[in-house]
Design a protein around this ligand. Structure first.
Ligand SMILES: Cc1ncc(COP(=O)(O)O)c(C=O)c1O
Length: 397
């Protein structure tokens, strides 16, 4: 592990300060959290007028384009009667989540989106300047939070086929054992969309010292259709220090409402709880309960998303562009040229695509929107990239 593989606190703070300067804002704690995922350009978009925002094809943030189903909207609407309360019936959200996973309510901690939980875990397990180890690119908020508070992130590169190098993670965990706070494994990984197989998860957990906490981020669990994949919740039930995080932002379409959670051993939840805000609205708690019950809607979203993903990947292949195989509601296509100007070209055509994910500087991350958005993406892609790609004889490279 050399210096190049660490995310330095100074470097990250510099980036945020620059973004804050653009906006004329003081770099508050909240801004740190937001800019972890948003570029200055994204922040500009957030200030666009409502009409402009609505008009964009929004395939940049791996959101669910369909919105919550009727059952969830109804439950949330009913819960507005608690808007003026601190203490109110919450629909039994913690119990419903516990039941879903076959665990006790003591094994669940709720958060305002799973993003809050990732910060909570980072803060809890890097006390005493401990480090986090994971891969890059991945969901960088984890490393950015840790380095912004005090600690250090050691990030390893992906394999040549964009997978997470399990033997290297094991080696790094052993090498840094004394200062290791936790390991981060995003499964499936964002931004690549690739899974860590169930065999690899076992290999990792059996290969590292038994007391090292492992955060397994399953934000995109619900989109996976691959028999080599399995949730890691059973490892927690075996008594291992595995913390699984889930979100209602993706399959349940509640990103703007903020609900996520962690599943972990009781003692680990107790360690994390003091760092969580517990600021979750009555409305989303009721929405979450209804979402868990509406498995039919989730199955529909999964199917249409996978169908559209495969159709879009096929279309791009026809134009001569290969994509990384994905098990999520997004994928990366190899542009064979720098991604930054292409992102801007898409924006000019009214299509918001993913930000750059260095070191994958020639890959574009495309979230799966609704059929109309994917049509607009395809038309724009052909205009920006398509002409000449096949004719130039670089098909597939
Ligand atoms: C891998 C991963 N984990 C966690 C999150 C956080 O999502 P939320 O805070 O909306 O639950 C995201 C958001 O895109 C993500 O991609």
């Amino acid at each position: 592990m050399d210096e190049n593989n660490t995310v330095s606190r100074r470097k990250f703070v510099g980036g945020v300060a620059a973004a804050a300067g653009v906006l004329g804002l003081a770099p508050s704690r909240n801004l740190f959290a937001q800019t972890a995922r948003m570029t200055p350009r994204d922040l500009e978009i957030a200030r666009d007028t409502l009409d402009e925002y609505d008009a964009f094809a929004k395939i940049s943030f791996n959101e669910n384009p369909y919105g919550p189903p009727e059952s969830v909207l109804k439950a949330m609407t009913k819960a507005f009667k608690y808007a003026n309360r601190y203490g109110y019936p919450d629909g039994g959200i913690t119990e419903a989540i516990a039941k879903l996973h076959g665990v006790s309510p003591d094994n669940i901690l709720l958060s305002a989106g799973s993003g809050e939980m990732l910060d909570v875990i980072g803060t809890t397990f890097t006390q005493g300047n401990k480090k986090v180890i994971g891969v890059s690119p991945s969901y960088m908020q984890v490393y950015e939070h840790v380095t912004s508070v005090r600690a250090e992130a050691i990030t390893l590169p992906l394999t040549a086929d964009y997978r997470q190098p399990i033997p290297d993670l094991i080696k790094a965990a052993k090498q840094h054992y004394r200062d290791l706070g936790f390991i981060y494994l995003c499964n499936p990984n964002n931004p690549t969309g690739r899974i860590v197989t169930k065999g690899e998860v076992r290999e990792l957990l059996d290969g590292i010292p038994a007391d090292v906490p492992v955060l397994i981020d399953e934000a995109y669990h619900h989109f996976v259709d691959n028999s080599d994949y399995a949730t890691s919740v059973p490892y927690m039930l075996e008594g291992r220090p595995v913390i699984v995080t889930r979100t209602f932002s993706k399959i349940a379409a509640l990103a703007g409402m903020r609900l996520g959670y962690a599943i972990a051993r009781k003692d680990i939840i107790a360690q994390m709880r003091p760092y969580s805000m517990g600021s979750i609205s009555a409305v989303v708690k009721w929405g979450g309960v209804a979402a868990l019950a509406d498995t039919e809607s989730q199955a529909r979203v999964k199917k249409v998303t996978i169908d559209l993903r495969q159709q879009t990947i096929g279309y791009l292949k026809g134009l001569g562009y290969e994509s990384i195989p994905s098990d999520t509601n997004f994928f990366m296509v190899h542009l064979k040229k720098p991604v930054v100007p292409v992102i801007e070209a898409f924006r000019k055509k009214g299509v918001l695509v993913g930000r750059p994910f260095p070191p994958l500087t020639e890959h574009l991350r495309v979230s799966i929107g609704n059929p109309d958005e994917m049509q607009r993406f395809q038309v724009a892609f052909k205009e920006i990239m398509g002409a000449g790609a096949v004719g130039a004889g670089n098909n597939g490279r």
